[in-house]
Write a protein that binds this ligand. Structure first.
Ligand code: NAD
Ligand code: UDP
Length: 321
């Protein structure tokens, strides 16, 4: 495979930064585009000396042009706390971002991959969720700016494909965690780890019996790159996630055990429309992406992530004194 020029939108974020690193390692040229809403230069600072890495401050709600071979469209805040901060901006990022990046892909004949989400299934009444399930999404709730924005982006991708022959790929990412998450991200894995490391109360929303299936970031990156480079006829959507399902209480207990923390569990109100259960059916990914499946299970992935946050927090402590 020759060197490709690849655009990664949201490249300074949690997943985007791992993707930039992987693509550079494979010998590609990478343009990392970000507006730094939830991402940070710290995530990609170690890549800045690479002459094949370019950093662009840009907002995907505005058009952007560059001659590229592939586009990974990852730009969008993913944590409920951050995407609900400015819901109108969130839906604009998904919808206008998709239109702008699809326009670019059409113009330069690039292949483009959309980072969609398990949130397109909403609060699912089919379990586990296969790609054929249309979902159960509230169009006017607190999560709608994200869920409906991502659903509309999938529609745009399909329409640019059928009407304009743009080569598209759609992945539906299930809860992913790992190093480079922001300590203030607000999602459950980072919240519980940071709380356990600081000896603060662990905030369980609701009774903690709701479930999620947690995927370590390296497994996601492997699946994502395989999807981008799969035969052109396979456009997805395809689920990428780890089918091992846990309640939030089980997650909290595992993290407390691994950290060796004596933090206490406290219960806070469950946010509106919080999905009760979520687990991917990954048969399609296995079949189409060369037997892809997650290799890193929860305790191993959490151990690496705890190590990362421990480092970040002790650096912060040094700065604070
Ligand atoms: P993140 O918040 O860490 O990363 C998002 C990045 O996009 C950040 O760097 C942010 O600054 C940037 N961004 C936001 N709005 C932008 C805009 N208008 N213009 C340019 N850049 C912008 O989140 P993440 O977990 O790395 O998620 C990356 C992508 O994967 C998102 O599209 C998200 O919806 C999707 N996803 C993630 C998960 C997960 O569990 N992590 C699950 C499903 C889908
Ligand atoms: N959650 C929790 N405590 C927290 C943060 C989240 O109990 O401090 C719960 C949340 O209510 C949800 C689950 O953990 O049921 C996953 O939340 P997250 O925001 O990580 O992602 P979601 O899958 O809901 O988008």
């Amino acid at each position: 495979m020759g060197r490709k020029r690849i655009l990664v939108t949201g490249g300074a974020g949690f997943i985007g930064s791992h993707l930039c690193e992987r693509l550079l390692k494979e010998g590609n040229e990478v343009i990392c585009l970000d507006n730094y809403f939830t991402g940070t230069k710290d995530n990609i600072i170690h890549l800045l000396d690479d002459p094949y890495f370019e950093l662009v401050r840009h907002d995907v709600t505005h058009a952007y042009f560059a001659e590229v071979d592939q586009v990974y469209n990852m730009a969008c805040p993913a944590s409920p706390v951050h995407y609900q901060y400015n819901p109108i901006k969130t839906i604009k990022t998904s919808v206008m971002g998709a239109i702008n990046m699809l326009g670019l892909a059409k113009r330069v004949k690039a292949r483009i991959l959309q980072a969609s989400t398990s949130e397109v299934y909403g609060d699912p009444d089919v379990h586990p969720q296969p790609e054929s399930y249309w979902g159960n999404v509230n169009p006017i709730g607190m999560r709608s700016c994200y869920d409906e924005g991502k659903r509309c982006a999938e529609t745009l991708f399909m329409d640019y494909h059928t009407s304009n022959n743009v080569e598209i790929k759609i992945i539906r990412i299930f809860n992913t965690y790992g190093p480079n998450m922001n300590p203030d991200d607000g999602r459950v894995v980072s919240n519980f780890i940071v709380q356990a490391l600081k000896g603060e109360d662990i905030t369980i929303y609701g009774d903690g019996t709701q479930t999620r299936s947690f995927q370590y970031v390296d497994d996601l990156i492997e699946g994502t790159v395989r999807m981008m480079n799969s035969p052109k006829e396979f456009i997805g959507p395809v689920n990428l996630g780890n089918p091992n399902e846990f309640t939030m209480l089980e997650l909290a207990e595992t993290i407390l055990d691994l950290v060796g923390s004596s933090s206490k569990l406290v219960h806070l109100p469950l946010p509106q429309d919080d999905p009760k259960q979520r687990r991917p059916d990954i048969s399609l990914a296995k079949e189409k992406l060369g037997g892809w499946e997650p290799n890193i299970q929860l305790r191993e992935g959490l151990t690496k992530t705890i190590e990362y946050f421990d480092g970040v927090l002790s650096d912060k402590r040094k700065v604070d004194v």
